[in-house]
Design a protein around this ligand. Structure first.
Ligand code: FE2
Ligand code: FE2
Length: 244
């Protein structure tokens, strides 16, 4: 990291025992090579989407935000020149509005979890942990939002650790929901109930985000990725392996 930028970076964020102390102003530093927004936006889907598919594709958006968090943490750990905290703030804001307020509270905790609560299933036995993880995710998101609200964090190790712990928890969380909880919920519904839930989920999505709400979230996520140089999928392809 450029010494000047590093000094500015280190001097602007303090982590006290009780919370974050954030100064008032920063100068932005380029993070990764930003690419301009392009027009290959995802368009609204006119096909019927079932409630389980809905939940799983929402996880897809959240996983893309986890990739942003993970790449950010990696850059911090490697001491690379870090900027783009405004984009990290946007990612955390999206995680709160789309992930926590909508996906977790309005769908999972309102419909999915209650219907499994009294079943003698592995899914039912994970519910307390899943709810505790929703709460922890909310706490970490609030800290991330404070830490990135127009300022640059001083303590890069603390921020990297926070991001990494979030990514680790939420990957495990979403994977368990995809493979255990949602299948159990689907099995517990008859076709009529499943159709009703699809309608209900669509209505909630429309109320919160308008028509094409999911596609808007995908496009907002892609904009964050582009701004940070994280959009191009090919950059994630593993290096070729030399086999002797
Ligand atoms: Fe969840
Ligand atoms: Fe979920």
């Amino acid at each position: 990291m450029n010494p000047l930028n590093r000094r500015k970076f280190m001097g602007l964020w303090a982590f006290s025992g009780t919370g974050l102390i954030i100064p008032d102003s920063i100068g932005a530093v380029d993070f990764l090579t930003a690419t301009p927004a392009t027009s290959n936006a995802v368009e609204a889907d006119t096909m019927e989407v079932g409630a389980v598919e809905d939940l799983m594709r929402e996880h897809g958006v959240l996983r893309r935000l986890l990739i942003v968090y993970g790449e950010f943490a990696r850059a911090l750990r490697e001491g690379r020149q870090v900027g783009g905290f405004d984009q990290l703030n946007k990612a955390a804001t999206l995680f709160r509005t789309f992930g926590q307020d909508y996906h977790e509270k309005a769908l999972e905790e309102a419909y999915v979890f209650p219907s499994l609560k009294n079943s003698n299933t592995e899914a039912a036995r994970t519910l307390d942990t899943l709810i505790a993880q929703h709460e922890r995710a909310g706490q970490i998101t609030e800290i991330l939002l404070t830490a990135t609200s127009g300022k640059q964090p001083e303590n890069e190790t603390t921020l990297a650790g926070l991001l990494e712990s979030f990514v680790r928890m939420y990957n495990a969380h979403a994977a368990r929901e995809d493979t255990v909880v949602f299948p159990a919920w689907k099995r517990a519904m008859n076709p009529r109930q499943a159709a009703e839930m699809s309608e209900t989920f669509e209505d909630i999505e429309r109320q919160r985000f308008g028509e094409g709400g999911f596609e808007k979230m995908v496009n907002d996520t892609a904009d964050i990725e582009r701004a940070l140089g994280l959009y191009d999928l090919s950059q994630y392809t593993a290096q070729p392996i030399a086999i002797s």
